[in-house]
Write a protein that binds this ligand. Structure first.
Ligand code: ADP
Ligand code: ADP
Ligand code: ZN
Ligand code: ZN
Length: 847
């Protein structure tokens, strides 16, 4: 069945075939193909060509739909509306599990221990096999969880920190009067004025500086729990209010007083608005819980030890050390187990069983290069790639077989050395009798595939065809394939590049951040620098945390000018990064961090709103004669403004439907058919298209459609240049991958015409990019350097490292074994460094 070349030893099709007929999801052009089961199948093609539409949107979606139909017949109608992929037939499809990269940040608060289920095992170990102080009864496994009432520290309720307010935190500037908002923690706007008027009614002077008020009054205003209800006369002063009350004049309304502490704590605990929560969090001070010292558990749970450590201490160890502690307990003849067996034979058996399971699970995690993580590490602080590998490792131990695992660029965030380990894990899943469908760009993974499905030739409308489906070797002959061109590139096709020479430096000293301790680092200014190193070595700590923070501070910014989407609260616990800049700061005028954080968490933000394109587009609609006649202004064409949007779905295009026993689902709004607008708004046409149709255009199509409007077509051209021509203008922020979000930010930045020397910092900009897209991106970044700016990237792609002016390699290992600069110099110099794990891979690329 192999179309080209000699048959491989064990034909990849031995496990049977999945056959797809007539797939038309998104840009797929009614394609049909056959894919082997029980094989490693890699989907390749330029970004936007349709790989995910095939692997996730068609194959996974169909498997999911069949599963849901079998468990929930009553939900069939709904799933027909939403989840059903546009495909004629799929035969031979096993059940599927998707291990997609998290888009944006994970919503639930979980930890490495909970995602991998290792924490459950540890709790069992402590419950059944821990060392208890004499007379302390056995505890249930749940008693070792800070998330249960049985286990939580009573003082901090299992948070590990206590949140307090003080006069200083609630009133940052005590020279202000109450009228001047001395109590900064009180709510803003009307509600704040209301509280001021209530204080007036209560007979206090709101026009003296806070520090001159008597202590008793200050304490009452801030800390009381009393909520007196009093008449409010907003326009009257203290004396006039007194007279009004005496004369029994009717007040404007009755107002309820709330002390600042009560307001802050209640809002923090109850509000659902991230920005409100963030606002009040500013007025709280948090400190380590004095009772559990941040260990989150109560005294009984902490009194139980294993190998001399309480469960909180063992969860704070790197997984590598944990594995070393557990290892002896897996061997029946090991001294510690034999000793246990003499007194408590049943305990020895339990210990060995649990230890074996723990050890096996840990082994997979170490194999995937995650030994530097700790069980108590919160998932919001992990990169999407780390999270995907954690979930992958968990699957390897789940003993499922006959399943298709669908993965999305598992090599993201991996150094070439780590990618080797990833491939071992994928092989294990395959050998256990599973199929692997992987969307991937990394040539090292592509070369190991049993079968390639190459989608293309271009992106969006210009893609969506199957250029090739078969074993790797046959791909070489496919002329239209960009993947083929890069995979089978003759070495030496790249003329050797002469790096720009450094002459000015940005020098950091004493950098301490995560695993970096008192590190000195120098980045050449006006050059292109790539920071390399295996995952967990400390690249992001150095570049995205320490460097960004120090430069931002040097420029007088409070916080880094990165996207603010409410994630900071989750990260607030991480230890602060410190250090200083000893030279070079005078050159830098601006800092731009182009990261992979989502550009918005709601479908209300999209490509057009984020880039600012939506404004001139709405103006163009408002300027049409039909709109002018009806007096429709630009606001009318926003789905966020009441007058123009669909009332039924409030401009969302979707409505949430509750399902019995299942998570609710979103279904298209039946009133506007998902267009988001009301019918009057949709009657206005610009060059024959209504606003919803325009939002549905791809960037490529819109560039043509708006060619007469330079304010619109110019930014569109830049989006095309960063390889995003295939995105739709109205593509919700929630549908964009991290890599796409990053390129949108880059494009938005590029159209701004930077004034003054700018430092651009990028964390893995090639994620999600096909090698041919990487070439385009590099041209753009090199253009910034040519224009006199500085670019610093964290990258695993050796192509990027080789094309840089300067390379800084961090290592040698991960976590405690990393955090040093192993080599720094031109790519050629680093390729020769003997102690660098990057050197060998870099050499190979430069040959
Ligand atoms: P790839 O995985 O190769 O990068 P995708 O399958 O994600 O490509 O995208 C292929 C095309 O389908 C692109 O034009 C993209 O804009 C479009 N597309 C992706 N997701 C959606 C969606 N949810 N709705 C409509 N079009 C989409
Ligand atoms: P890289 O970017 O090279 O993959 P990182 O800088 O992300 O490495 O991580 C370096 C070390 O710091 C690792 O041991 C990692 O577990 C630790 N680390 C990174 N971020 C955090 C955090 N927010 N909290 C605790 N430890 C962290
Ligand atoms: Zn506590
Ligand atoms: Zn609607």
């Amino acid at each position: 069945r192999t179309p080209d070349g000699p048959a491989p030893l064990s034909p990849p099709t031995a496990g049977g075939l999945v056959s797809v007929r007539g797939a038309r999801e998104h840009n797929l052009k009614n394609v049909s193909l056959e894919i082997p089961r029980d094989a490693l199948v890699v989907f390749t093609g330029v970004s936007g060509s349709g790989k995910s539409s095939l692997a996730f949107g068609t194959l996974y979606a169909e498997a999911q739909r069949r599963y849901l139909e079998s468990v929930a017949p009553y939900a069939r109608r709904l799933f027909h509306q939403i989840g059903i992929p546009d495909v004629d037939a799929i035969d031979g499809l096993p059940p599927a599990v998707a291990l997609q990269q998290q888009r944006g940040s994970p919503t639930t608060r979980s930890s490495v221990g909970s995602v991998t289920t290792l924490s459950n095992l540890l709790r069992m170990l402590y419950s059944r096999a821990g060392d208890y102080p004499s007379k302390q009864p056995l505890l249930y496994a749940e008693s070792f969880s800070p998330n249960t009432p049985e286990g939580a520290c009573p003082r901090c309720h299992g948070l590990g920190r206590v949140y307090e307010v003080t006069e200083q935190s609630l009133v940052p500037d005590d020279s202000l009067t109450i009228r001047e908002r001395a109590i900064a923690a009180w709510p803003p706007a009307w509600h704040g004025q209301n509280l001021r008027d209530i204080v007036t009614t209560l007979g206090h002077d709101v026009d003296v500086p806070w520090r001159e008020l008597p202590k008793k009054l200050r304490d009452w205003l801030l800390f009381t729990n009393e909520q007196p209800v009093v008449p409010v006369y907003p326009r009257l002063d203290r004396e006039q209010v007194r007279q009004a009350i005496a004369r029994k004049l009717p007040p404007d309304y009755m107002g309820t007083f709330t002390g600042a502490k009560r307001y802050v704590l209640e809002t923090f605990a109850k509000t659902e608005s991230a920005s409100m929560k963030k606002r009040v969090a500013k007025y709280m001070v948090s400190s380590h819980c004095p009772e559990c010292h941040g260990k989150r558990l109560n005294a009984a749970a902490l009194s139980v030890t294993f190998a001399g450590l309480d469960i909180s201490a063992i969860s704070a160890l790197p997984l590598k050390s944990l594995a070393n502690i557990i290892a002896p307990y897996t061997q029946a003849h090991h001294a510690s187990l034999l000793q246990l067996a003499t007194g408590h034979p049943e305990k020895a058996i339990v210990t060995q069983r649990i230890a074996e399971d723990l050890a096996a699970r840990l082994e997979v995690l170490l194999e995937l290069g995650l030994g530097y993580l700790t069980l108590d590490r919160g998932t919001p602080t992990l990169s999407p790639g780390e999270l995907q590998r954690l979930r992958l490792a968990t699957q390897v131990r789940s003993n499922l077989f006959g399943v298709v695992y669908v993965l999305d660029e598992p090599s993201a965030g991996l150094h070439p050395a780590d990618t080797e380990a990833l491939l071992v894990t994928l092989q294990r899943l395959k050998q256990a009798g599973n199929s692997l469908f992987v969307v991937e760009h990394d040539p090292d993974v592509v070369r190991r595939a049993d079968w390639i499905v190459d989608v293309g030739p271009g992106a969006g409308e210009k893609g969506g065809e199957i250029l090739y489906s078969g074993p790797l070797t046959g791909l070489e002959k496919i002329k239209a394939s960009q993947t083929s061109r890069h995979l089978f590139k003759k070495s030496g096709t790249h003329p050797p590049r002469t790096p720009r020479a450094p002459n000015q430096w940005l020098r950091l000293s004493g950098v301490t951040c995560n695993n970096l301790t008192d590190l000195h680092a120098a980045f050449p200014l006006g050059l292109f620098t790539t920071v390399t190193g295996i995952s967990g070595s400390g690249k992001s700590s150095l570049v995205s945390h320490a460097l960004v923070k120090l430069v931002a501070a040097g420029l007088g910014h409070q916080a880094p000018p990165a996207e603010d989407n409410g994630e900071e609260l989750d990260r607030a616990e991480a230890a602060p990064c410190t250090g200083e800049i000893i030279s070079g700061m005078e050159t830098i005028k601006r800092l731009v961090q182009v990261d992979q954080k989502s550009i918005g968490r709601t479908p209300r933000s999209n490509l057009a709103t984020y880039t600012g394109l939506f404004d001139p587009i709405r103006k163009a609609f408002a300027a049409t004669p039909a709109a002018r006649k009806r007096r429709y202004d630009a606001g009318r064409f926003s789905f966020n403004v009441a007058k123009g949007r669909c009332q039924n779905c409030q401009g969302e295009g979707w409505v949430f439907v509750e399902l019995l026993f299942l998570p609710g689902v979103y279904a298209p709004c039946t009133v506007c058919q998902g267009t988001r607008y009301n019918s009057q708004t949709l009657e206005i046409l610009y060059h024959g298209k209504n606003i919803a149709e325009v939002l549905n255009l791809t960037v490529d199509a819109a560039a043509e459609f708006f060619s007469g409007e330079p304010t619109i077509s110019r930014p569109l051209a830049i989006l095309q240049k960063v390889g995003l021509g295939y995105l739709r203008l109205g593509q919700p922020a929630t549908e964009l991958s991290g890599g796409e979000a990053q390129r949108i930010k880059l494009a938005t930045e590029l159209q701004r015409n930077a004034r003054g020397h700018t430092l651009y910092v990028l964390d893995e900009p090639t994620t999600g990019l096909h090698p041919s897209d990487v070439e385009t991106l590099m041209e753009l970044l090199q253009g910034l350097v040519t224009a006199g700016h500085t670019v610093i990237t964290v990258e695993h792609d050796m192509q990027v490292a080789a094309a840089s002016d300067w390379v800084i390699d961090i290592g040698p290992g991960a976590g405690d074994e990393g955090g040093e600069i192993v080599a720094a110099g031109t790519p050629e110099e680093v390729a020769k460094a003997s102690s660098s794990r990057t050197a060998g891979y870099l050499r190979k690329t430069m040959m």
